[in-house]
Design a binder for this molecule. Structure first.
Ligand code: HPA
Ligand code: ZN
Length: 314
């Protein structure tokens, strides 16, 4: 099956850390190689995945590690049909481990700049790790101005319940005043209120996941009316048990109800593959080629690009 050209708008670069890279970075940095049995990639919920991801990240220490991880994602993404990548990074997770911010921002930034020079449309979005709290998010926003040319926006990720969007309202207002684009994870674990709050308190331009918005018909009508994009990640949602199985994934209802829904891979090394594998899983669950092409068109409409670039992507 041919790949479907798409914009991948919901991808955590750290989530591309596959067993081969884990082993390479661990050896290079003199750290014990983690147990790489495939059984490690089974989760009861979001937190179990986050715990595994965090312990794996212990192998990442140097700018070269960050560069190679991003380079690896970008090469895989191109092969999967990605023609525009807007990719999340979580600097706070690394700073907490004592990695200097220069290693993170310069390593990731240089790989994205190299891919751009090589013809791939791609940009970074700095995520606030919400369960580290608003003060840490503020400290991150304070730390990144020297790297302002490395990223285009801010996002909010990690454990959702107990960390409602409004906690970060002042930080988002400041990011907006600095010309940054705004997105946030909401409605993956949290209910429709979290999605509504991301729109009303943070003024996000897209919602990452947004699945549980579907529980509230008024909210769905608003999202469809305002054409707020939802970046859903089908394999992630099944792996983390946000949905029971692929056939029950709300992406089908979202399309039917006129929501600007897009498909991305979230953390490809942890959930079974890239955006091409997500398309394949949707096909197996009954998605038609027309539906997959509609999802890709939505991704171009939802991308943070100018009109000329959008026309080129379409
Ligand atoms: N949800 C929240 N935080 C994350 C995810 C996710 O799916 N992936 C990486 N960080
Ligand atoms: Zn995510």
């Amino acid at each position: 099956m041919d790949v479907i050209p798409t914009a991948e708008l919901h991808l955590h670069v750290e989530g591309a850390l596959d067993p081969e890279l884990l082993a390479r970075f661990a050896r290079r940095n003199g750290i014990a190689v983690p147990d790489l049995d495939p059984g490690r990639y089974v989760y009861a919920d979001l937190q179990q995945f986050l715990d595994l991801r965090d312990s794996d990240l212990a192998v990442m220490r140097t700018e070269q590690d960050f560069f190679e991880l991003a380079e690896h994602y970008l090469a895989q993404a191109r092969a999967a049909g990605v023609v525009r990548a807007e990719s999340f990074i979580d600097p706070m997770v690394h700073l907490q481990r004592g990695v200097p911010i220069e290693a993170v921002m310069d390593g990731f930034g240089a790989a994205f700049a190299a891919a751009r020079a090589d013809g791939l449309s791609c940009d970074l979005i700095v995520c606030f790790t919400r369960d580290l709290g608003a003060d840490a998010a503020q400290a991150t926003l304070d730390a990144v101005p020297p790297f302002r040319d490395r990223f285009i926006g801010v996002g909010l990720d990690s454990a959702e319940v107990g960390w409602p969007p409004a906690l970060f309202a002042d930080i988002y207002a400041r990011a907006a005043s600095e010309g940054l684009r705004l997105v946030a994870h909401a409605g993956e674990e949290g209910g429709p209120d979290y999605v509504r709050e991301a729109l009303d308190a943070l003024h996000v331009e897209r919602v990452d996941h947004g699945l549980r918005a579907m529980e509230d018909p008024d909210l769905v009508a608003r999202i469809a009316d305002e054409q707020v994009a939802l970046t859903v990640c089908p394999l992630s949602n099944v792996a983390l048990r946000a949905v029971p199985d692929m056939a029950a994934h709300p992406v089908f209802a979202m399309l039917e109800q006129g929501v600007r829904v897009t498909v991305s891979s979230d953390d490809p090394a942890y959930f079974g593959g890239g955006v091409d594998e997500n398309h394949a899983a949707l096909r197996r669950a009954g998605a038609t080629e027309e539906q997959l092409v509609a999802l890709a068109r939505n991704s171009f409409d939802a991308a943070f690009v100018d009109d000329a670039e959008r026309a080129r992507l379409h």
